[in-house]
Write a protein that binds this ligand. Structure first.
Ligand SMILES: *[C@@H]1O[C@H](CO)[C@@H](O)[C@H](O)[C@H]1NC(C)=O
Ligand SMILES: *[C@@H]1O[C@H](CO)[C@@H](O)[C@H](O)[C@H]1NC(C)=O
Ligand SMILES: *[C@@H]1O[C@H](CO)[C@@H](O)[C@H](O)[C@H]1NC(C)=O
Ligand SMILES: *[C@@H]1O[C@H](CO)[C@@H](O)[C@H](O)[C@H]1NC(C)=O
Length: 306
């Protein structure tokens, strides 16, 4: 029985090697598979009315076919099959694995000759939705802070970008750490992006991080929940955001009230003591600035007043 089949195959090969067999044209597109998903390697005949008699897929450097199909009988890896035979010898791989990566020789036997095609398969893995954290756990507005965005299980190495509430790109201030892993042949790169602020402005929150794969296609994103050290009454992040805004409005409001009050005092004092040297308004400007500035910029040098 099986010797009959071998005979048949051999005779098919002999039949196939016709003088004009060089005219058979097959084109296969490069294939990138996604781990655990179905990958299709599209191949099309450039000639009309071609009938496939058999295909043999062999990993480069090996002798035994990895997958083969003669007529309707297939053997080898059961995850492989032929697809859409009418247009060409396209291959389909279900449950794609990293071990499928590599170069292959693909022999296609038809009623109009045979062709050997070099195939190359690469496999990608999608990054999981990123997890976020902050240092310190409770962030103080105006204080130092590091925001983390970590994504795992993707391959090859991707990118993490940062944006604030208004969509401003903060990526340039971040640092991306990549840790390659290979757990019994399952490859991945753990990404960790750290966005550091010497003095964070919580008015820019919420911050968002976006994970891209190696081809800059978005794989996932997350919005950071920042726990403010001042208004930590509410555990619910959206409500604590609201209280942050309210707190901000209150701080700005009290500053304005204070400023108005100071101005009022000045006017009253001016009214009492008559005209003052013009240095005084500048002095009041100076104290006003010192409140807003960082400690490093707190010294009011003469150049600053110009
Ligand atoms: C992200 O990775 C950094 C660095 O490895 C780590 O300090 C941080 O705790 C991680 N955050 C989360 C949420 O896993
Ligand atoms: C954000 O900035 C990074 C690094 O500077 C850049 O590569 C990226 O294209 C920017 N993204 C957008 C949407 O502007
Ligand atoms: C990953 O590990 C497998 C065996 O566990 C090994 O065959 C393969 O070469 C490794 N790949 C890399 C890129 O180190
Ligand atoms: C952070 O705030 C929570 C309340 O929201 C508090 O229970 C916790 O002790 C604080 N942690 C630190 C490190 O200050």
């Amino acid at each position: 029985m099986s010797s009959v089949k071998v005979m048949l195959v051999v005779s098919l090969f002999i039949l196939a090697v016709k003088p004009n067999s060089g005219l058979l044209k097959v084109e296969c597109l490069p294939a990138v598979g996604i781990l655990a998903q179905t990958t299709v390697i599209r191949c099309v005949f450039k000639n009309k009315d071609i009938h496939i008699l058999g295909v043999y897929l062999t990993k480069t450097g090996q002798n035994k076919p990895f997958f083969s199909q003669v007529g309707s009988e297939s053997s080898g890896d059961p995850r492989f099959s032929l697809e859409n035979l009418a247009v060409g010898p396209s291959l389909q791989i279900s449950d794609t694995m990293f071990s499928d990566e590599g170069k292959y020789e693909y022999r296609v036997v038809t009623d109009s000759g045979f062709k050997e095609i070099q195939l190359s398969i690469s496999v990608r893995a999608k990054y999981k939705d990123p997890v976020t954290s902050t240092w310190p756990k409770n962030v103080t507005d105006g204080g130092p802070a590091s925001l983390y965005c970590n994504a795992t299980d993707g391959y090859p190495e991707g990118f993490i970008h940062w944006f604030d509430r208004s969509g401003t790109n903060w990526t340039i201030n971040s640092e991306l750490t990549k840790v390659p892993k290979n757990i019994s042949g399952v490859k991945s790169v753990a990404l960790s992006s750290k966005l550091t602020f010497k003095s964070i402005n919580l008015g820019l929150a919420p911050f968002r991080c976006i994970v891209f794969n190696s081809k800059y296609v978005q794989d996932g994103e997350n919005t950071l929940k920042i726990t403010s050290a001042i208004s930590d009454v509410n555990k619910d992040s959206s409500r604590s955001n609201a209280t942050n805004i309210v707190a901000g409005v209150m701080v700005i409001g009290s500053l304005i009230v204070g400023l108005l009050f100071a101005l009022l005092c000045f006017k009253k004092r001016n009214a009492h003591h008559g005209r003052r040297p013009s240095a005084h308004p500048i002095l009041s400007y100076e104290t006003g600035r010192a409140d807003e500035d960082d400690v490093e910029n707190g010294d009011s040098s003469p150049e600053k007043l110009q």
